[in-house]
Design a protein around this ligand. Structure first.
Ligand SMILES: Nc1nc2c(ncn2[C@@H]2O[C@H](COP(=O)(O)OP(=O)(O)OP(=O)(O)O)[C@@H](O)[C@H]2O)c(=O)[nH]1
Ligand SMILES: [Mg+2]
Length: 298
């Protein structure tokens, strides 16, 4: 049997479950997942290798109308990822589909997805939240439009139809030798994943503006032959007034954050670490080209 390999970009609005689906398909917690929209900020590459195929998934930030420089960068990542794609998995939730039956007529869908002329698989996610009659009629309406190679109702959290999504992706994958060694899971660095795990915990603990105002970078990552690895990370906020919120009364909040993040990083790395966190203010970093570059948004 010939080998099939290719790039599969998962795209869709914020919070529809793109990262949840990618993690499920790969079987690893690569992308961070939270209940807040705009969790994913970069294109995250996850590789699934089997004997006869290799899928390189690109998890992307949610599609939105950019309102500041960081969001413009996110839209650029989506465009780049769509350009790289052999197959596109477009995700929508059943709830959003009910609200906007003709979502495929929207400008961003037309421009970004349809114009690419690539095979698009439509995944209707979160069907666990809706009754099945409504799902069936929504799908039969869409099938008449002939836009999608396949339309698949899914529950990414419960695993419903996830293996069907996988089989469908493989069906549309081009014949091509593998791009990466079989044992390679991603191209991102440990540093990147560590900073993401910290950001995930921040998004879980804090509310309102904080999740959107925070960036995390790793200042030092020292692997030590004897004893735990030493990691020091910086939490960047946008305004002076946000610093005490992160710290909490007598540092209680950041201590809690440190504990949660450390556990999650240890789970991910499979070894114990020592984690140090500090908070820094970078005035309006989300709108600052140079600062965004520093944080790896190129
Ligand atoms: N009920 C239900 N919730 C889901 C399902 N899939 C994902 N979620 C939840 O939806 C929320 C968003 O999931 P993510 O995977 O972070 O969504 P995303 O599309 O990657 O979001 P952004 O990165 O912000 O664009 C999380 O709270 C998930 O647990 C599903 O099938 N059913
Ligand atoms: Mg995501």
């Amino acid at each position: 049997m010939k080998t099939k390999s290719g790039f599969v970009t998962i795209a869709g609005r914020p919070n529809v479950g793109k990262s949840t689906l990618m993690n499920r398909l790969i079987g690893e917690n690569l992308s961070i997942i939270t209940d807040k929209p705009q969790t994913t900020r970069k294109r995250i590459l996850g590789i699934l290798s089997e004997e006869n195929y290799q899928i390189i998934f690109l998890d992307t930030p949610g599609m939105l109308n950019p309102k500041y420089l960081l969001q413009e960068k996110l839209v650029e990542y989506i465009k780049l990822s769509l350009k790289d794609a052999d197959v596109i998995v477009f995700m929508i939730t059943i709830k959003d589909l009910m609200k906007e039956e003709k979502f495929y007529e929207s400008e961003d869908f037309q421009k970004m997805i349809l114009k690419s002329k690539k095979p698009v698989i439509l995944v209707i996610n979160k069907v666990d939240l809706t009754n099945s009659d409504r799902i069936g009629s929504a799908i039969s309406l869409l099938e008449k439009e002939n836009i999608f190679k396949r339309i698949i109702p899914v529950s990414a959290t419960e695993g419903y139809n996830v293996s069907y999504v996988l089989d469908t992706i493989i069906e549309f994958l081009p014949e091509h030798p593998k791009y990466y060694p079989d044992d390679q899971l991603t191209t991102e660095t440990e540093r990147f994943f560590v900073s993401e795990k910290i950001r995930e915990k921040i998004l879980e603990i804090f509310h309102d503006e904080i999740p959107y105002s925070v960036e995390v970078y790793i200042e030092e990552f020292k692997e030590r032959a004897k004893g735990k690895d030493y990691i020091s990370a910086v939490i960047v906020v946008e305004r002076n007034s946000q610093k005490p919120i992160i710290l909490g009364k007598k540092g209680a909040k950041i201590k809690k954050l440190g504990n949660l993040a450390r556990k999650s990083i240890e789970d991910f790395l499979g070894r114990e670490i020592y984690l140090e966190l500090r908070v820094k203010v970078s005035e309006n970093w989300r709108k600052n080209e140079r600062e965004l570059k520093n944080f790896g948004y190129d």
